[in-house]
Design a binder for this molecule. Structure first.
Ligand SMILES: Nc1ncnc2c1ncn2[C@@H]1O[C@H](COP(=O)(O)OP(=O)(O)OP(=O)(O)O)[C@@H](O)[C@H]1O
Length: 270
């Protein structure tokens, strides 16, 4: 569904993503993993059109989208969530999902908040998209409640509905399980699986290896901005370069190091 070739971006002297060639197959869940600072969020920002690459190509369903603007990328069928999705807690769940639709399509956030003429013309379309999205994340019954009254998990679902409201073909989730407890994480995994069995393709950046290993069909591993491995969870967790990246001199330890160790050698946490 999505192919990147020799993708790269520099920030001054720093090559945050470098010569990455990878694929995100349709109907799959692809995880992008790597130690802190590996370039995962930057990679997401590139494929969602937030950053323009300094080298390489991005093709989505056969079309070159490398130079498209963010809303043009969205209109092709790619939407994303953010590490910390802004939820308007005092607004209803439906209004949040509608804002999600509008900021991702034609009207900007300011239009959405100020209710300009252009925004009003989009309103009915937004409402329909938002309601469909709330159905998909199991929040239709909560549409009228203030978003701030929902649980942490419910608020995460609102964030996902905000992205789904533009009816994407590819959904990019940036650390969806951040701040969630194990039970909420399991529920989130079930939701992602359900969305994929409904025809969506998902790519996610995630630190929680239990989620990645239990959910992903394929994993792309980045390290210092470069792809060091792509394969199934089993292949990647046995890959010496991946083990070295997590446990070597640059590892940050924590959950990723711990789980990679456990799934590969069974050795105690480094
Ligand atoms: N807009 C930017 N300007 C300058 N440097 C940036 C910018 N965005 C990211 N970087 C740098 O690029 C590198 C990769 O950062 P990125 O956030 O993509 O890593 P990450 O793998 O998502 O990290 P984490 O796991 O900590 O979220 C880091 O060194 C970071 O400081």
């Amino acid at each position: 569904m999505l192919e990147v070739q020799d993708l790269g971006i520099r920030f001054g002297g720093l090559h945050a993503v470098r010569d990455v060639t990878a694929t995100i197959p349709a109907g799959h869940i692809t995880a992008i993993i790597g130690p802190n600072g590996a370039g995962k969020s930057t990679f997401f920002n590139l494929i969602s059109g937030f950053y323009k690459p300094t080298s390489g190509r991005i093709r989505f369903q056969g079309e070159d989208i490398t130079r498209l603007r963010t809303h043009e990328v969205v209109s092709r069928g790619i939407a994303r969530t953010f590490q910390t999705t802004t939820i308007y807690k005092e607004l209803s769940v439906l209004d949040n999902a509608m804002i999600g639709h509008r900021v991702r399509t034609r009207a900007g956030l300011l239009d959405a908040l100020l209710r300009t003429g252009r925004e009003r013309r989009d309103e009915e379309e937004s409402r329909a998209g938002a309601l469909r999205a709330l159905e998909r994340v199991g929040l239709a019954a909560q549409a009228g409640r203030p978003a701030g009254a929902l649980t942490q998990e419910g608020q995460k679902r609102v964030g996902i509905a905000m992205a789904l409201s533009s009816d994407p073909k590819l959904l990019l989730l940036d650390e969806p399980a951040a701040g969630m407890n194990p039970e909420e994480t399991v529920n989130l995994m079930a939701l992602i699986r359900e969305l994929v069995s409904g025809g969506l393709t998902v790519a996610l950046v995630e630190h929680k290896m239990s989620l990645v290993m239990g959910l992903a069909d394929g994993i792309v591993v980045l390290h210092h901005g470069q792809k060091i491995a792509q394969g199934t969870p089993g292949e990647v967790s046995r890959d010496p370069a991946v083990i070295e990246a997590y446990l070597g001199g640059h590892a940050h330890g924590g959950q990723m190091g711990q789980t990679i160790t456990a799934t590969t050698t069974g050795a105690p946490r480094a």
